[in-house]
Design a protein around this ligand. Structure first.
Ligand code: ZN
Length: 280
């Protein structure tokens, strides 16, 4: 099943551009607020599976917003693909490298991203959304705590990220618009292999990243096990799971995003985001 936020309300996506408002369709039983809906994800899935589609309506897909607009916690994983660690001149980590993107950096799957001064880079990522409270969850049970998957960009300003005696991952990756997510949340059962998805991004039509989630150092299940060993994961929390190789930092010479660029980011079978970079 697929879900999208439209006008701030959670919708089931019956077909591309054909959506059902779950709050009105359920007679007010299910919450309209997407973040509240993740708290009651089993009920959402049960209602959506029953297929009450007669109230569905057509909307342009460009009207889809961030399907997880206000998570209480955002986890992001650095260096989770060996080739990306190599292009960044880091060793492959032995435990996940964890930082956050502050919630005001989140954005929708379409529209503009302001480019601040500095070296602004792209990082397409698979995003996992938590649908069931997870604390000290073993890897073999981890997928049952995932509401769904989406596409994300971990846009990063490299000068600030690398400044100071210890790296500033969280701040350098948290300018407004640096965390777009969308266009939909796809339940893992929709995918032929939830652990092997192609992801990539294109700048002005040129493919700059293309990878496969099977190459993650720590797959989604292991990330949930290791994160939840320390901190409970809450319904509606977001995990940016790391980027494959092909970022601007790893190029000779390096390449950065600039106003006027068009950035297309996808996870095959999940969806595609489209953004225009604009002057900040
Ligand atoms: Zn990243």
């Amino acid at each position: 099943m697929r879900f999208a936020t439209i006008s701030g309300r959670l919708h089931q996506v019956i077909a591309p551009g054909r959506v059902l408002d779950l709050n009105t369709a359920s007679g007010g039983r299910l919450p309209a607020d997407p973040q509240q809906a993740y708290e009651r994800w089993d009920e959402v899935l049960e209602f959506a599976a029953a297929g009450g589609v007669s109230d569905a309506r057509e909307v342009p897909e460009e009207s889809y917003e961030n399907p997880v607009p206000a998570p209480r916690q955002i986890f992001a994983i650095g260096l989770n693909y060996a080739e990306h660690a190599a292009e960044s001149h880091f060793a492959v980590p032995e435990i996940p490298t964890v930082f956050t993107k502050f919630v005001t950096s989140l954005a929708g799957p379409f529209g503009t991203i302001p480019v601040p001064p500095g070296e602004v880079d792209w990082e397409v990522e698979l995003v996992a959304i938590i649908g069931r409270h997870a604390h000290r969850v073993p890897a073999e049970d981890a997928w049952s705590h995932v509401a769904g998957l989406s596409v994300g960009q971990d846009i990063s300003e490299r000068v600030l990220q690398r400044s100071g005696p210890a790296p500033q991952f969280s701040l350098g990756k948290s300018h407004p618009g640096f965390g777009p997510i969308g266009p939909v949340v796809v339940t893992p059962d929709e995918l032929p292999d939830r652990d092997d998805l192609e992801l990539g991004c294109l700048i002005n039509g040129e493919q700059v990243q293309k990878g496969h989630t099977r190459d993650m150092v720590f797959p989604v299940s292991e990330l949930i096990a290791q994160l939840s060993a320390v901190t409970p994961l809450l319904p509606g929390d977001v995990i940016f799971t790391g980027t494959p190789s092909g970022v601007g930092l790893g190029r000779t010479p390096p390449r950065w995003l600039k106003p006027g660029d068009e950035l297309v980011s996808y996870v095959r079978g999940v969806g595609e985001m489209r953004h225009q970079l604009v002057a900040a």
